[in-house]
Write a protein that binds this ligand. Sequence first.
Ligand code: HEM
Length: 265
Amino acid sequence: MLEAEELAKGIQDCVLKIVKTREDKVVKGEADNFGIDFLGLLINAYHDSDENNKLSLEDLVDECKTFYFAGQDTVNSLLAWMVLLLASHGDWQEKARREVIEIFGNQYPNSEGLSKLKIMTMIINETLRLYGPSNGMLRRVGREVQMEKVVLPANIDILIANVALHHDPQLWGEDVHLFKPDRFAEGIAKATNYNTAAFFPFGLGPRTCVGMTFATTETKVVLSMILQRYAIILSPAYVHSPIPIISLKPQHGIQVILKSLHSDA
Ligand code: HEM
């Protein structure tokens, strides 16, 4: 068996094991449904008695793989870059922490408070602009189109490099390469001068990211909890080297020192 096939089988077995655990709970009467989360919905669809609606086992596994990859790798990268930027911009780290403490104190983040995190939203947007996990989106041209002087023939594949637009000085100004969350102080529309094509870290149009709200909520929860507990200091060992490996990654990792803010922690 080829190594790639072995890996694919390993992933499939891993997903099936998780599915079986859910199914066993129902069979043994320990639970009366497969769960109300996304996996539970997929397993329900897999058990649908209507053959036309039923999800095949292959589709069930594929959906799990897509969501794991699309959801885990991307948020992981975003959080890593945010930690780096806050470690190197102590003033913004302090502003973000002040906002978090003002809204949540030392309590766990809650959904009402998350929607009030204005500074953190600005920092997320500026991080997505500078180090967005997605470097571009592939699209196939369905029919010939003319865009000003450029003619795109039908059936070619094009890469829409959002990363290039996010770093275009004509759109963002000469300070385009600087971390300045203030750009987003009055929202995305104002920051982009109402040009939707200037900033689209989650894609555009009907295939836009379905996990966008989940991703930003998750990021806000994690970062709030870190800021409540630790000061983030950049380690002198850090070497800056972003590299696109599917999502934009720090090639040598991000080394930071976390200093506890509570002596008893
Ligand atoms: C910072 C985090 C994330 C970024 C930057 C991001 C970015 C993107 C982008 C650029 C696309 C392609 C959109 C297009 O082709 O127009 C996409 C698609 C997708 N994303 Fe995300 N994503 C993130 C997090 C997530 C999470 C957390 C999930 C799931 C829980 C998720 C699930 C998906 C799925 C399923 C698609 C395919 C949608 C489709 O083709 O209809 N993403 N994402």
